[in-house]
Ligand binder design. Structure first.
Ligand code: SF4
Ligand code: F3S
Ligand code: FES
Length: 263
C-alpha cells in the first residue's frame, strides 16, 4: 500500500477550484482503509456522507465521522492548529495537513489516504515519528555544543537578531512528513534523509553554537542518501504546509557540499 501513487498539485493551486463552501453541501468522504494489525484486512475504499458546516476542516469532518458514523476509523490529531504535524495525510492526491484544510476549498467528493512511505498504523494513521527519529539519530539532528562544559551560571550570550530569525524560520518544521511522502527520491532510496533532513542540517549549520564543520556535514549528507541524491523534483517545496524555503536550502547546501568535496 505504501506504493500508492501521489498526484502532485502545485502550491499555487491552494484555495483554487472550489465549490463555494456553502453550509449544507453534501460531502462524500472516501477513505482508504486498511488495518495491517488485523488478520485478513485488505486495503479498500470506504465512503462516508455528511453535511458540510460553515468553516469545516477535515479535522472536524473526520471527528464527526468518528463520533456519528464509524468509531473504528483511525486517524491522528493533537494540536488542531498546524503545529504538531500529526494529521498529515493524502488529500485528493496531495499530501497536506487535515486540520488546516477547509472542506470549502475541496469538491463535494473528497478522497483521503494515509501518507505513503511511512509505516502504516491503520487507516489514515502512519508512524512518521519512528522515521523522523531514525533520520534525526543518523544526522545527529541536535546542537553539538562547541563548549563541552558550559558555565550555566554565565549570562546568556546574545545572537544577531537576523541570524536568530533565519534559524527560527528553518526551525518551524513540524515533521509532518509531507515532503518525504511527496518525494520521488525517497521512494527509490530507502535511506534518503529527505527535505526534512536536509533542512535540519541547514538549521544546525547556521547555528554559531554548533561545533560541526562542513567536513563533518559532508560525512553525513555528502552522498546519495543526502544532498546528492535529491533530484530537484521540488514537490517538497511545493507541498510543505509550513512554507519552508526548502528549494533554497537544498540548492545552497548542495553547493556547499560540492565545494567541500572538491576542496
Ligand atoms: Fe513537513 Fe515541511 Fe517539515 Fe517537511 S519540511 S516535515 S513538509 S514541515
Ligand atoms: Fe525530493 Fe524535494 Fe529533492 S521532492 S528530490 S527532496 S527537491
Ligand atoms: Fe497538529 Fe494538524 S493536528 S498539525
Amino acid at each position: 500500500m505504501n506504493e500508492a501513487p501521489v498526484k502532485i498539485v502545485p502550491r499555487s493551486s491552494e484555495g483554487g477550484a472550489t465549490a463555494g463552501g456553502q453550509p449544507g453541501r453534501k460531502l462524500q468522504i472516501q477513505v482508504l482503509r486498511h488495518n495491517p494489525q488485523r488478520q485478513g484486512s485488505v486495503p479498500h475504499w470506504q465512503s462516508y456522507q455528511l453535511e458540510e458546516a460553515d468553516g469545516m476542516t477535515l479535522f472536524i469532518a473526520l471527528n464527526e465521522i468518528h463520533e456519528k458514523l464509524d468509531p473504528s476509523l483511525q486517524f491522528d490529531f493533537v494540536c488542531r492548529a498546524g503545529i504538531c504535524g500529526s494529521c498529515a495525510m493524502v488529500i485528493d492526491g496531495r499530501p497536506g495537513l487535515a486540520c488546516k484544510t477547509l472542506t470549502k476549498n475541496l469538491g463535494t467528493t473528497i478522497t483521503l489516504a494515509p501518507l505513503p512511505f511511512f509505516e502504516l498504523i491503520g487507516d489514515l494513521s502512519v508512524n512518521t515519528g519512528k522515521w523522523m527519529r531514525q533520520m534525526s539519530e543518523r544526522l545527529h539532528g541536535w546542537l553539538e555544543m562547541k563548549d563541552k562544559n558550559p558555565d550555566i551560571g554565565r549570562i546568556e550570550q546574545t545572537m544577531d537578531p537576523a541570524l536568530a530569525e533565519h534559524i527560527y524560520e528553518l526551525d518551524r518544521c513540524v515533521e509532518c512528513g509531507c515532503c518525504v511522502a511527496a518525494c520521488g527520491t525517497a521512494r527509490m532510496r530507502e535511506d534518503f534523509v529527505g527535505a526534512v533532513g536536509i533542512n535540519r542540517v541547514a538549521r544546525f549549520r547556521l547555528d554559531p553554537r554548533d561545533a560541526r564543520s562542513d567536513a563533518d556535514w559532508y560525512d553525513l549528507i555528502g552522498n546519495d542518501d543526502g544532498v546528492f541524491g535529491c533530484m530537484s523534483l521540488l514537490a517538497c517545496h511545493d507541498l510543505c504546509p509550513k512554507d519552508l524555503p526548502l528549494q533554497t536550502q537544498i540548492a545552497y547546501l548542495r553547493r556547499a557540499m560540492v565545494r567541500q568535496g572538491l576542496g
